[in-house]
Design a protein around this ligand. Structure first.
Ligand code: PLP
Length: 384
């Protein structure tokens, strides 16, 4: 007997977004017209190089800098974060890296991996809402600080971080210390203006805002020194060796443009669905709680704790019911360890194992919020 197909609801846009049609169109056009190696000398290579440099200029504008040289194209968020943290540390004579406790592993592990080269890592705590305590970070900054890294918005709970305040604080102590922000989740929800924000380094990843996977960028402010982590080529002005991913970059920049253009609409739509989802969920199960509900957070993020239901069990049952969500960082899924973000916020490990993240996308259908909340409620009832 054939089973009735379930209607699928993709609520895992923090893991990766649905590609935007504009990005797909840009890549389809590029794969035939500008596929040549942008480092070559012939006309076809120059065409690819020109397309790459035009895209760099547009990307620079879209993140608030006038200098296209400030944009280094990479293979995504992980590489951008690694390059920022490790690249800045290696370019410095100082030996301490300061990170917030809720950074993505691409920052945390990059910092920790430097221990074998004699670097130390200092971790600045967050409060119970998942927001960095800037005063506590300030206490860690000293003459040995090589780089400070604080994300713009957290990838598990969606809370915005006070990056502008971090920049001011670090500058007031020592204005030679570079400040990096991982803006991988932030960009989909808010305009990023690196000049206004005052950061020296900022990471973006295309697949988090409707672009392709495997491409991203690192903003490197003029005068900020980083050592390349990739060697064997002089691409990206010596800051990232490797043949340029022109097609991916064109897809990313098309997605950046569309994301920036349609942001107000995205906020209204995804925000309304997220709010409807949380309202329906809380009404149906008053024991559930929303993480970060009292602070500024990404409008398309809903991170909820469902007491007495293991996240893994809930996710498996939701998957069978056609609702795709995640427990914490997608990169940690499958791991039994409770999320470092939640434990940093003071949740005990058992409570942390009862948390699930639902993230809405630009293509969300109206009504998805209430419909999926009902599926979650039915599933919770079955499991309890
Ligand atoms: N930083 C944050 C905040 C993320 O959420 C992610 C992806 O989950 C990354 C970095 C890594 O990005 P990528 O998947 O492009 O390597």
């Amino acid at each position: 007997m054939s089973r009735t197909p379930v209607q699928e609801v993709y609520l895992d846009h923090a893991a990766t977004t649905t590609p935007r049609p504009e990005a797909i169109a840009a890549m389809e056009a590029a794969i035939t017209s500008v596929h040549a190696n942008a480092s070559g000398f012939h006309t076809s290579a120059r065409r690819a190089k020109n397309a790459l440099e035009e895209a760099r200029e547009r990307a620079a504008e879209l993140i608030g800098t006038e200098r296209r040289h400030d944009v280094v194209f990479t293979s995504g968020g992980t590489e951008s974060d690694n390059l920022a943290v490790m690249g800045a540390a290696f370019a410095s004579r100082r030996r301490t890296i300061i990170v917030s406790a809720i950074e993505h592993k691409a920052v945390l592990e990059a910092a920790r991996s430097l221990a074998r080269f004699g670097y130390a890592v200092q971790v600045a705590p967050v409060d119970e809402h998942g927001v960095l305590i800037v005063d506590r970070l300030a206490e860690l900054v000293d003459g040995d600080t090589a780089v400070v890294s604080v994300m713009a918005a957290n990838n598990e709970v969606g809370t915005f971080q006070p990056v502008g305040h971090v920049v001011e604080t670090v500058r007031s102590i020592d204005d030679s210390i570079p400040v990096h922000t991982d803006a991988v989740q932030f960009f989909v929800g808010r305009d990023l203006d690196v000049t206004d924000l005052g950061v020296d380094l900022a990471s973006l990843s295309a697949h988090k805002f409707g672009g392709p996977t495997g491409v991203g960028l690192l903003y490197v402010a003029a005068g900020t020194r980083i050592e390349s982590m990739m060697v064997g080529g002089s691409q990206e002005a010596g800051r990232r060796a490797g043949t340029s991913n022109v097609v991916g970059v064109l897809g990313m920049v098309a997605a950046m443009e569309e994301t920036a253009r349609a942001r107000a609409r995205f906020d209204a739509l995804a925000g309304a669905e997220r709010d409807a989802f949380e309202a329906a969920l809380m009404a149906g199960d008053p024991t559930s709680t929303v993480t970060g509900a009292d602070v500024d957070r990404l409008l398309h993020f809903s991170h909820v704790r469902v007491p007495a239901v293991l996240a893994e069990t809930l996710l498996i049952r939701l998957d069978q019911g056609g609702v795709f969500a995640a427990a914490g960082s997608s990169c940690q899924s499958g791991a039994v360890e409770p999320s470092h973000v939640l434990t940093a916020m003071g949740l005990d490990p058992d409570a942390a194992r009862e948390c699930v993240r639902f993230t809405f996308g630009w293509d969300v259908e109206p009504g998805t919020g209430t419909r999926s909340a009902q599926i979650v409620l039915d599933t919770i009832k079955e499991l309890r």
